[in-house]
Design a protein around this ligand. Structure first.
Ligand code: PHE
Length: 335
């Protein structure tokens, strides 16, 4: 009987199995209910008890060998057929490629750009590494103004710095173009601030500039009102509070009525019904003259808003640091 087992093993190894059909024939021949192994087990019953133990082990080894041979061939054929059908069957559902999404800052930036483009503003850009003239001097910011202080500005050398606002882009445009000028300047700015939930050392602004004959404060107000309604909803109102910027006169802070509580008072507006979103004013004649624009002929308005601030209001985000941590759990909520 031992001899017989060896012969079966050799014969099985020699079987030519090339596809699913020959594999199935192999299974029926060796492992089927009327197959060779069945015969072996029948014959085993007749074996004298003394031989049963050693022979039984040999039979089990053979059975395992045949089953391993069968399953390994089976898996090989399955892999091949899957590959082949993926290549050939174009009606099969495809493999989904995960898609990313825009960063919330970019979503709101693009919304803001679209709103201003609808009323004739075009985009202007400038360098993030600036000189004192464009960032401060031309903007009528006196030598001893606190904004120039090392605490607020990242200086690279005594004349070179990281821009603290996007207003230097306005200077660059006024220096090179003649009015009428109607631009917005979306971009990144830097300030040497302690990082907290409310403030960061880098953030984004959209500033606007309109220079023409007879531009008035009413034009500024109407432009900002239009923006606020487009951005936050038609029920929203604006409020201008007198303020000071070196480069505008008069100057104002821009508030919108709190669209979260509808002016009733909530945590976001700290009970006041209003939230600040930026600054604005009429361009100071000294700034126009610095850019060789005749201040007797032309007037203009300018405004600036923080994109982070508006994004936080729109989405109810309470920590500015989330924007720069690239945590996928935060970012994918904006898909
Ligand atoms: N440049 C100012 C700032 O960063 C904002 C501003 C722009 C104010 C234009 C008035 C006019 O803070």
């Amino acid at each position: 009987m031992q001899e017989k087992l060896k012969q079966i093993a050799a014969a099985a190894q020699a079987e030519i199995i090339t596809d699913k059909h020959t594999l199935e024939a192999f299974r029926i021949k060796y492992l089927g209910t009327k197959g060779i192994m069945k015969e072996v087990f029948e014959a085993f019953k007749q074996v004298p008890n003394e031989e049963k133990k050693s022979l039984g082990q040999l039979i089990n080894v053979l059975k395992n060998e045949l089953e391993t041979l069968y399953t390994s061939k089976k898996e090989a054929f399955e892999n091949v057929s899957e590959q082949a059908s993926n290549q050939d069957d174009f009606t099969k559902p495809g493999i989904k490629v995960p898609q990313g999404n825009r960063h919330p800052i970019n979503i709101i930036k693009n919304d803001m750009i679209a709103i201003f483009e609808r009323i004739g503003f075009t985009i202007a850009e400038g360098p993030e590494i600036e000189d004192e003239w464009h960032n401060f001097t031309a903007l009528n910011t006196p030598e001893d103004h606190p904004a120039r202080d090392m605490q607020d500005t990242f200086y690279i050398d005594s004349n070179t710095l990281l821009r603290t606002h996007t207003s230097p882009v306005q200077i660059r445009v006024m220096e090179t173009q003649t009015p009428p000028i109607r631009i917005i300047t979306p971009g990144r700015v830097y300030r040497n601030e302690t990082i907290s939930a409310r403030a960061h050392c880098t953030f984004h602004q959209v500033e606007g500039l309109y220079i023409n004959k007879n531009v008035s404060f009413a034009d500024l107000k109407q432009t900002l009102l239009y923006f606020a309604k487009e951005m936050f909803g038609q029920n929203v109102d604006i409020r201008l509070r007198p303020s000071y910027f070196p480069f505008t006169e008069p100057s104002a802070e821009l508030d919108i009525s709190c669209f979260i509580c509808d002016r009733k008072g909530c945590a976001v507006c700290k009970g006041s019904g209003w939230v600040e979103i930026g600054g604005c004013g009429m361009v100071d004649p000294a700034v126009l003259e610095n850019c060789k624009i005749d201040a007797k002929e032309y007037t203009g308005f300018a405004f600036g808003m923080g994109i982070e601030r508006i994004t936080m209001l729109k989405y109810g985000i309470d920590d500015i640091r989330l924007f720069y941590e690239n945590d996928i759990r935060f970012l994918k909520q904006f898909a």
